[in-house]
Design a protein around this ligand. Structure first.
Ligand code: NAD
Ligand code: TYD
Length: 354
């Protein structure tokens, strides 16, 4: 059995769905169900005996200890986190609590469980920590892409809290010998992405006839990866990664935000033309920039390709098209996640941006 944490969120739910579609090893899915966790993402698993969902906190050591020892757990894959930079600017405390304290408690529970395993099981056990490229800070235009040895320079409360969690994971290997793996991935997009992040927000706002907010000059660069490619990379690292190592994961798809939004508008113009015949591009507005906004992220994924033979399957164009189609086909999902508390967040984040 593997224990997946945060498996009702964007990445976690894609990972659990993919995992159970490809093998019959059961998954225990521990998720606190914050605003970002959505059991509807897992609706297709109803009645699947391989999936056991538990609502709870990774910081609840007792609960985690019980889950680990109730089954023969051979790996933990930790997706649970507060994940949105803008929310971390408005309220960093939850980020410290879940990303730092939560990861620490999860590591403690894992260490206690792992210590009691037989020698062979101890060797095979893995704690895989899912992290982000944002821990490396911001690149200038001409800088080389991030490698695994790049110095950590986190700039937002979000990336600082993820950096702290990465350091704890590293220390548990170095000090206690816990067989950990860390993955640092670039920006993902795809199905079940909560519409607070750029790509799903733009699709949602475009279809709702609302403005498409571009922070600052829109020339900030992100390195986009289709979520299912991230899932296949994590599976590969879990299977063959060397304990104690970190692996950067990316799609070799550096794009300025404005270009991403233009591409989304062009796909929407084709798949769902507006009734008045005008392009969705006309809904673009420039708004006040994010404080401390990182200019550029870029991943050098050479290590995972060389050592583990992983490469992404989707190009940005094919992945983006699939994503837009998914949102068009799943408007009920979008309606459900954009009611209630979502509206409060949109008010808070956008009302003071000129
Ligand atoms: P998300 O916000 O969509 O989902 C996070 C999930 O964790 C939610 O289901 C939430 O309910 C759960 N959760 C939050 N606090 C918890 C707690 N204390 N205990 C248990 N569950 C808790 O995030 P995501 O985009 O799926 O990201 C998952 C992980 O991947 C994060 O660690 C993030 O830093 C990392 N990551 C994300 C991206 C990306 O582009 N989305 C890229 C690289 C790395
Ligand atoms: P986001 O999806 O929040 O991911 P991250 O901040 O983790 O990279 O944002 C992606 C980029 O899009 C980032 O440079 C900020 C920008 N952005 C906008 O221009 N407008 C928006 O409304 C949002 C949410 C993001």
């Amino acid at each position: 059995m593997i224990l997946v944490t945060g498996g009702a969120g964007f990445l976690g739910s894609n990972f659990v769905l993919d995992w159970l579609a490809q093998c019959d090893e059961p998954v225990t899915n521990l998720d606190k169900l914050t605003y970002a966790g959505n059991p509807e993402n897992l609706a297709s698993l109803a009645g699947n005996a391989g999936h056991r969902f538990i609502q709870g906190d990774i910081a609840d050591t007792e609960l985690v200890a019980g889950l680990l020892s109730a089954h023969k757990t051979r790996a933990i894959v930790n997706f649970a986190a507060e994940s949105h930079v803008d929310r971390s600017i408005h309220g960093p405390e939850d980020f410290v609590q879940t990303n730092i304290v939560g990861t620490f408690r999860l590591l403690e529970a894992a260490r206690a469980y792992w210590n009691k395993l037989e020698a062979e099981e101890r060797k095979a056990f893995r704690f895989l920590h899912v992290s982000t490229d944002e821990v490396y800070g911001s690149l200038d235009k001409e800088d080389p892409a991030f490698t695994e040895t790049r110095r950590y320079e986190p700039n937002s409360p979000y990336s600082a809290s993820k950096a702290a969690s990465d350091h704890l994971v590293r220390a548990y290997h170095h000090t206690y010998g816990l067989p950990v793996l860390t993955t640092n991935c670039s920006n993902n997009y795809g199905p079940y992405h909560f519409p607070e992040k750029l790509i799903p927000l733009v699709i949602h706002n475009a279809l709702a006839g609302k403005s498409l907010p571009i922070y600052g000059d829109g020339q900030q660069i992100r390195d986009w990866l289709y979520v299912k490619d991230h899932c296949s990379a994590i599976r590969r690292v879990l299977e063959a990664g060397r304990a104690g190592e970190t692996y950067n994961i990316g799609g070799c798809n550096e794009k300025p935000n404005l270009e991403v939004v233009h591409l989304l508008c062009a796909i929407l113009d084709e798949l769902k033309p507006g009734a008045d015949g005008r392009s969705y591009k006309e809904q673009i507005v420039y708004v006040t920039d994010r404080p401390g906004h990182d200019r550029r992220y870029a991943i050098d994924a050479g290590k995972i390709e060389r050592e583990l033979g992983w490469r992404p399957a989707e190009t940005f164009e094919t992945g983006l098209r699939k994503t837009v189609q998914w949102y068009l086909d799943n408007q009920a999902w979008v309606r459900n996640v954009t009611s209630g508390a979502y509206r409060e967040w949109v008010g808070k984040n956008y009302q003071d941006r000129k």
